[in-house]
Ligand binder design. Structure first.
Ligand code: 3PG
Length: 546
């Protein structure tokens, strides 16, 4: 006879008004609109993320951290933040966030992927024009009382060749805008198909070809090990001496020392630099050149971009801290979640928790089966939800959509996602099947029914049923014989536990049977034990699904 194993889920602390509001640590400037979205629901604290001596202690009780590019969210910062659930980057670039370490720690990473791309593209064009027309030195000369017209004669963009290094979202916006100037636009990007580029009037070329042909070069790549120093001494040895080079992407992709040498030797005609290998940068050899226009990383610093970034990440933080799926998450497998899938997430997580309660341990293999119309979507996230439920009550650390697959991998659990459009009697059917290390099989199926997506349990270990899922559930398997329902009811009555629903399922008369109960409050272990003994239960399980 199986020993009663009450399985208690972690309570959601945010439902309990006695506990303080979750804390959101804002480590860099965030727009007032973003802050306003957070202030009612959370305790919003501010710190200077660039100063480690302020950041690390402030992380101790942070549930969420919001940064821009000046805060290094590395393993040390994550270790200082034991309660952290989400890191939100109010912007695009994530090179200051250790995404792998965050994933390991179960911390969701989100950014605001489109918030500042227009501003960044406009800043590149701003620097390009300023460079072409000597705007900065002419301004400085004039405010110093010098009226120098011929010294600051510039060049037109018209009929020139602009080389865009990196034709992602920002590079493409730059191309579209520059085409109005009557420029020829060429681009180097190994990940872009020439046919797609041709649609926006861009000719894809090799990096060498771009370097040799361009009158202007503008960089729009992410910073990573392949792109750091990409435009260095070798590349700058190939350019025309009339070229002007713009970097409003990430510091270090354009090697500042190599650029200095090229400018000094007259191998480059000018540069526009918004981003620096080391930021903040208040002193650089490049400052000595009149033909270099510089800015302190202002690409995203517009009211519009900051408002979009602030409100987008504030919404993501709200979703993340209420345990919901976050569409802008970058470290959750499966990507965007279709609207039809979302109601299935909590159901599948609960099925995973019931699975673990019934299994009484960790399975060696888990198949998550998704059937019905919903299977026409990408349902990878339902596999994650099932794993989140499966591991939620067996590991100490918080289980999230982020680290659930890692936990399965670490425990050697083989996980498969199976989909089929055929769902038999149900419109949709989600099943968590598993094989335990001793070969025993466990399965739990549920469905969403009606316009309100009511969550129902419809199968356990081959027994059919139809019972709404509720907060407190219990399961007893036993040999079918008269008197069992009465015994269970009487013992629960003695313990003043109210039964909300009960379903008896069996394979055949006198065969194996299963009682599935929903009750209004948790059953004490003593009562669970007494029922188990009285009915000679083979398996007795309780699960709290709050
Ligand atoms: C980005 O990656 O989003 C931009 O470089 C902007 O960075 P910032 O938010 O620090 O200005």
């Amino acid at each position: 006879m199986g020993r009663p194993q009450p399985v208690r889920s972690r309570r959601n602390p945010y439902k309990d008004h006695a506990v303080p509001k979750p804390s959101v640590l804002v480590a860099e400037e965030l727009s007032p609109a973003g802050l306003a979205l957070l202030e009612g629901d959370f305790e919003v604290r501010h710190t200077n993320g660039a100063d480690r001596s302020q950041l690390l202690p402030a992380l101790a009780d942070a549930d969420a951290l919001i940064v821009r590019s000046a805060t290094q969210v590395d393993a040390e910062a994550l270790a200082a933040a034991p309660k952290l659930k989400v890191v939100a980057r109010a912007g695009v670039g994530l090179d200051n966030v250790d995404v792998d370490a965050s994933t390991k720690a179960g911390v969701l990473v989100v950014n605001a992927p489109t918030s500042n791309i227009i501003s960044a593209a406009e800043q590149a064009i701003n620097l390009l024009l300023a460079c072409a027309r000597n705007t900065a030195p002419a301004h400085n000369a004039l405010v110093n009382g010098e009226w120098k017209r011929s010294k600051y004669t510039g060049v037109e963009l018209y009929d020139k060749t602009v080389g865009i290094v990196g034709l992602g979202r920002i590079g493409a916006l730059v191309a579209q805008r520059l085409s109005a100037f009557g420029t020829r636009i060429i681009s180097y990007d190994p990940f872009v198909q020439p046919a797609r580029a041709a649609q926006i009037g861009v000719e894809m070329v090799s990096l060498d070809n771009l370097l040799r042909r361009s009158d202007f070069i503008t960089i729009h790549l992410p910073k990573n090990k392949d792109t750091v120093g990409l435009i260095g001494d070798d590349a700058l040895a190939k350019v025309k001496p009339s070229v002007r080079v713009i970097n409003a992407a990430r510091g270090g992709i354009l090697d500042e020392d190599a650029l200095y040498r090229a400018l000094k030797d007259g191998r480059v005609a000018g540069a526009g630099i918004d981003v620096w290998a080391k930021e903040p940068c208040t002193d650089s050899p490049l400052f000595e050149f009149e033909n270099v226009v510089v800015a302190p990383h202002l690409g995203a610093s517009t009211h519009e971009a900051q408002e979009k970034a602030g409100t987008q990440v504030a919404r993501s933080v709200k979703l993340a801290l209420s345990g919901e799926f976050v569409p802008d998450a970058v470290n959750v497998q499966g990507g965007a979640v279709a609207e039809d899938i979302k109601p299935g997430l909590p159901l599948t997580e609960k099925l995973g928790r019931i699975f673990t309660a019934l299994a009484g341990g960790v399975a060696s293999r888990i198949d998550v089966e998704v059937r019905g119309e919903i299977a026409t979507h990408d349902v990878k996230v339902l596999e994650l939800a099932a794993l989140k439920g499966v591991f939620g009550d067996v590991v100490e650390e918080a289980v999230t959509f982020v680290n659930a697959p890692l936990l399965a991998k670490e425990r050697g659990v083989e996980v498969n996602l199976v989909t089929s459009e055929d769902s038999g009697d149900w419109r949709n059917l989600i099943t968590v099947h598993g094989v335990l290390p001793d070969g025993q099989k466990v399965s739990v199926s549920g469905t969403l029914s009606g316009p309100r997506h009511a969550e129902k349990l419809v199968e356990i270990n081959g027994y059919s049923m139809e019972i709404p899922l509720s907060e407190h559930m219990a399961f007893f398997s036993y040999e079918d014989r008269p008197g069992i329902v009465g015994t269970v009811g009487a013992l629960l009555g003695e313990a003043r536990i109210n039964i909300a629903g009960m379903q008896v399922s069996r394979d055949e008369e006198g065969g194996k049977a299963l009682i599935t109960l929903t009750v209004d409050s948790a059953i004490p272990d003593t009562t669970l034990g007494a029922i188990s003994t009285e009915i000679r239960s083979e398996t007795t399980r309780q699960v709290d699904l709050d």
